[in-house]
Design a protein. Sequence first.
Length: 284
Amino acid sequence: MLFSDSYLLYLTPALLLAAFILIGASVRILREYERAVVFTLGRFQRVKGPGLVLLIPFFQEMVRVDLRIQVIEIPTQDVISRDNVSMKVDAVLYFNVVNPERAIIQVQRYLPATNMLAQTTLRAVLGQHELDEMLSERKKLSTDVQSIIDSQTEAWGIKVSNVEIRTVELTDNMVRAIAKQAEAERDRRAKIIHAEAEFQASQTLVNAAKILTSIPAAMQLRYLQTLTEIGAEQNSTVVFPMPIDIIKPFLELMERPGKASGANGATLAPLGEVAPGHLMETHT
């Protein structure tokens, strides 16, 4: 009797310990963003979770899969563009698991596999473009890399949501060459803009000259306006030409034969025939 009591005294803690071990091996708790890929005797059974998951000890096992978006920093890659320019490029990859079964069964380790695929795809895509396209169309190139990687990882149950090319690092010689090219381009545009401005100004002057020529009064008004502007500057000496259009009516009057009749029967002699000190001569 004493032997059985001592036996039970040692057996009870062992049974309790075994019970805790079995419970710990059969009970799993998964978070909302986790899934369990359950295998029974090595064969895939089903995907469980989230919440409480019960397993048969020694017969079933599970693999946790995180469904959240994961970020991979693609290491710096040596890339040679289509126009034979050497550079270093790095990027960031965003992806998440959409099919836990495929992510565990179809690929050994989906995280390093996706990383290596992203590196090779980045070098392959950028190597097909010239340097100017890499610098000016970075968003388009990122989209191309993302679509290619996503099409290949679809069989693994992985969705690549975005790829961002972060840095395109050039050599010092190439940076100086690009700076010279940009400076030459700015000079070219400045000269073109200046030439276009000169052309527009000359065209406007031609149009104004045509209008002033067709209307002599407009020329006279413009001349008087110019005199007003010169007088406002408080110059002590003003030298200006006398346009022929202003004195042309007087010249025509001088060349006109005979004498023009006044309104009251008087006659006006031409300017050349007016005696000194006389402005008008009347005849009865």
